[in-house]
Design a protein around this ligand. Sequence first.
Ligand SMILES: [Zn+2]
Length: 193
Amino acid sequence: MTKHTCSCAGHSVAAPGTPLKLHTTRRPALKLPKLITVAKRDEPIYRQLIDAAKKASEDAYQPYSQFNVGAAVLTFDGQIHSGFNVENCGYSQTIHAEEAAVTNALTSGLLKRAASHGLSQFEAILAVAVYAPKGSDPWPCCNCRQFLGEFGYDMHIIGEQPADGKILCLTLGQLVPFPFPIKEVLESVRGPR
Ligand SMILES: [Zn+2]
């Protein structure tokens, strides 16, 4: 292979236009996260949450993708707030259902209510249900995983398995095993709390 020396770093790289071949594997053995079994006593409220996400998906504004998504948030005090995707002709301005549902929950005064119970922003949301009639599972896109992570990684992400209606459940932390360190970033601006 023809080599040339990169002037900025002084190390050899493949010549321009030559595919660089790495020798380190990019197919590591990954373990899929194990689904969480929802306790029988939690099932009614989780079914209610999924139903709220389903209902919200009906109102999605999706002229570009024709892809409805609904989401519903279960707060620490048992409230349910829902939202749906709101698309935009600029595409990147599109609001995802999870963002809308969390924003609605926050608008209800969620964080103040949580604080009055001595709970932090990381404990205010117990679960988020996601539903897309054309989708196969409820796992949020990576944008939404980061967005939800602002409110902690212990929340459940739930949805219904289309084949048999079984409740699928994982924590957000299982979906984002190496999250951006929100607590450290907050501390760096607010100081330790
Ligand atoms: Zn999303």
